[in-house]
Write a protein that binds this ligand. Structure first.
Ligand SMILES: Nc1ncnc2c1ncn2[C@@H]1O[C@H](COP(=O)(O)OP(=O)(O)O)[C@@H](O)[C@H]1O
Ligand SMILES: [Mg+2]
Length: 504
């Protein structure tokens, strides 16, 4: 099916010529006279457009609204900028245009740019990498460039920024896509186990080695190995990795026969390897071997313009997955999420959205549903706004219960995810194996004492919710108003739930 393009008619002459060019190139195009028409088409019945071309009026408010809604719906935008515009690049980034061209625009140029934008969008659909910010767009360009070759790639970025997603994207676009993609977390295992995991071992090579076992490098033969947190490799393993990178050969633990594999290496690190080298913790020769092609993923707080899009997508995804009728998110709540710090980046945002979609009582995420630690971590804190003084004992107790509740929900989600993976595994063969536990960031260390343990294996979401309500009531000595506050839900909702669970 032809890709759908909308062209606004603010600059009629350009609109007509560009529209004709696009039609001749086989696109399904439509000219729309007002931003209202476009908005209708975007929300519209039928398919949303793949790209919108704004031929003028870029400085006017309707354009800003339109661009914001296009961005939230992951529709590409191309702006035709007046020749008198002093700084088109700045204007484009301020407006959030995906691309821009300065007038007069040759229709052919518009066609080429549109085609490129649409290809980029398809790439995002294939890889699952969302985001319109320029760092994410640059990452996508790099993935396209790096996929066809076999050179080693180093992906850098804080935990939860999407390093594994990028590695998988490169593999899936590469000629190796039919072969295994094997992930190993180098930080998760002590030295001897890590080596046996990576390179395999011979029968009897150490106590407990009852059988010969193939390592991840052999399992990845023909495909891609993803060395996560490579900076945490112990020195002896670093030497062996260097050797594999140099000539693609290694020995199984306890083996004497060199083994040759054809494996593409993608490594990831959440701290600077260069600093590791400077501090003598990471071999410089290995660093240079890994540092051939690099991709840097900036933390989420440095690309906040992507947050609304991520939030909307995650809400839609989890509402469907948990089969919940869900309205969405209030503007106020969204604003809080846009301003939060996100030390755990996209992973943290995604997990939070899942728990809110499951727990939000009104079928909509509202400001009050957002846990206080997220709210308070926002940018406002450092900027001289009054800080909330901790210490009132009711508050501490409240936060503890909140924390326990949220940890339980997250734990439950993680268990479900693990169960899903275990169930999927036999059918999927060795597409992807993970040695590592989920990132520790997802669960902060328990407050000392730990509080009551509510979750037990086999409990449903409703059981967890009921137990949390009981705990909150106990904590607040039966004061329902306080209990509702502690749980971050409305009093009415609490009453409804008390009835539902027959706790009243
Ligand atoms: N740009 C993005 N678009 C959509 N989802 C993302 C994006 N970046 C990360 N995620 C999601 O966030 C979670 C963490 O991503 P992951 O690749 O494991 O991060 P890292 O390896 O850097 O810790 C995953 O569920 C992933 O799908
Ligand atoms: Mg990771």
């Amino acid at each position: 099916m032809a890709d759908r393009i909308l062209v606004t008619t603010d600059d009629l002459e350009h609109a007509v010529r560009v529209n004709a060019g696009l039609e001749a190139a086989g696109f399904d195009t439509a000219m729309v006279s007002s931003f209202d028409d476009v908005r209708q088409a975007v929300r519209g019945r039928g398919l949303p457009p793949d790209c919108i071309i704004l031929t003028g009026g870029l400085h006017e408010t309707p354009a800003r609204h339109l661009l914001a809604s296009a961005r939230d719906n992951a529709i590409s935008t191309l702006g035709l900028v007046e020749a008198t515009e002093p700084n088109p690049k700045e204007l484009a980034s301020e407006l959030g245009l995906t691309a821009w061209l300065v007038k007069p625009v040759d229709p052919q140029e518009a066609v080429t740019t549109t085609r490129r934008l649409i290809e980029r969008r398809k790439l995002q659909q294939r890889t699952g990498i969302l985001g319109e910010s320029s760092p994410i767009q640059e990452v996508l360009v790099k993935i396209e460039q790096m996929a066809p070759v076999t050179s080693t790639v180093l992906v850098e970025g804080e935990s939860g920024t999407g390093k594994e997603l990028v590695a998988k994207g490169i593999h899936d676009l590469s000629p190796r896509r039919g072969k295994p993609f094997i992930a190993v977390n180098c930080a998760a295992l002590p030295e001897t186990l890590l080596e046996s995991e990576l390179f395999g071992h011979e029968k009897g090579s150490f106590t407990g080695a009852a059988e010969r076992r193939l390592g991840r490098f052999e399992l990845a033969d023909g495909g891609t190995i993803f060395l996560d947190e490579v900076g945490e490799c112990p020195p002896a393993t670093q030497v062996k990795l260097l050797r594999v990178l140099e000539d693609r050969t290694f020995f199984r633990v306890g083996g004497v026969q060199p083994i040759q594999v054809d494996v593409r290496v993608i490594a990831a690190t959440n701290r600077s390897l260069k600093d590791g080298v400077a501090m003598g913790q990471f071999r410089d020769d290995l660093f240079y071997r890994l540092n051939v092609l690099t991709i840097y993923l900036p933390p989420l707080r440095e690309r906040r313009s992507d947050i609304p899009l991520l939030v909307r997508r995650f809400i839609a995804e989890f509402a469907a997955q948990h089969d919940r009728q869900f309205k969405g998110i209030t503007p106020e709540a969204l604003q809080i999420l846009v301003e939060a710090d996100w030390p755990g980046n996209v992973r943290q945002l995604r997990n939070l959205i899942e728990s809110m979609v499951v727990l939000a009582p009104e079928g909509e995420i509202r400001a009050g549903d957002i846990p206080p630690d997220i709210r308070e971590r926002g940018r406002g804190l450092g900027s001289g706004l009054p800080m909330r003084v901790p210490g009132a004992s009711r508050d501490v107790a409240g936060q503890e219960v909140q924390f326990i509740l949220r940890s339980l929900v997250e734990l439950k989600l993680q268990i479900e995810e693990l169960r899903r993976r275990v169930e999927e595994r036999p059918a999927r063969r060795v597409e992807m194996i993970e040695v590592a536990p989920a990132d520790p960031l997802q669960l902060e260390p328990a407050a000392d004492g730990g509080g009551p343990v509510i979750y037990r294996a086999g409990m449903t979401m409703a059981d967890v919710e009921r137990a949390a309500i009981e705990a909150a009531l106990k904590e607040t000595r039966g004061n329902r108003r306080k209990a509702a506050e502690v749980l971050g839900i409305g009093e009415r909702t609490l009453y409804r739930k008390l009835k539902e669970y027959q706790l009243a």
